[in-house]
Design a protein around this ligand. Structure first.
Ligand SMILES: C[S@@+](CC[C@H](N)C(=O)[O-])C[C@H]1O[C@@H](n2cnc3c(N)ncnc32)[C@H](O)[C@@H]1O
Ligand SMILES: [Zn+2]
Length: 188
């Protein structure tokens, strides 16, 4: 199962929950740079509500800190339910060696960001918080995308429809794309 470099299940509910990014009343912060609407890449996406300068901290990826063990089951449950809906299948972010961030909550609108092979944002780990940072100046209404950073291993399961000129056809991290090109050429 791929995690981004991703519904609460029984295991998570039965343990003490640790939400990241909510205020003391349990409310998410406001992120004025973003809005959500339908995307040509997939279902819904995250878009620039106004011009965004390069290096701006755009939005924090909110969620619940869960163990890798719980995350594996959460991911499998989400993958299964996504086969019956048009929803995304992965809302898990790698946090550290032992933990993932489960972002499958409606108050985490950053979960709607789609992948691009030529992204305009980068997901950065800022002291345990995941932030989308602008890689370039971004124009109002542009879709906000980042590199999901998926490993080569499960490339066939993740066709890419980002539409960028450099799109390789599958969601694979930048470092593995040359190798995937060789695989695709050999199998052509
Ligand atoms: C975290 S969700 C992103 C939000 C999703 N668009 C939605 O409406 O729920 C991740 C899922 O979106 C889809 N997705 C994201 N980027 C994509 C891309 N470049 N090409 C095809 N599907 C993509 C895949 O189904 C992926 O599992
Ligand atoms: Zn692509």
């Amino acid at each position: 199962m791929s995690r981004m470099a991703k519904k609460k299940n029984k295991a998570a509910k039965s343990k003490k929950q640790k939400f990241i990014g909510l205020d003391s009343d349990g409310n998410p912060p406001e992120f004025p740079y973003v809005l959500t609407t339908s995307s040509s890449i997939h279902n819904r996406g995250l878009f620039a509500a106004k011009d965004i300068p390069q290096d701006a901290y755009i939005i924090q990826y909110l969620g619940e800190k869960v163990s890798k063990t719980d995350a594996t089951q959460i991911g499998l449950d989400q993958l299964e339910s996504s086969q019956f809906t048009n929803e995304g299948s992965v809302y898990l972010f790698d946090l550290d060696e032992k933990h993932d961030l489960d972002g499958n909550f409606d108050w985490n609108i950053a979960r709607l960001a789609n992948h691009s092979c030529n992204p305009n944002c980068e997901a950065q780990d800022i002291e345990g918080e995941i932030w989308f940072v602008a890689l370039c100046d971004i124009r109002e209404d542009d879709e906000l995308t980042f590199d999901y950073g998926y490993a080569l291993e499960h490339w066939k399961e993740h066709p890419c429809r980002c539409g960028s000129r450099s799109c390789i056809g599958y969601i694979v991290r930048a470092d593995d794309r040359k190798q995937l090109k060789r695989i695709l050429k050999a199998s052509a």
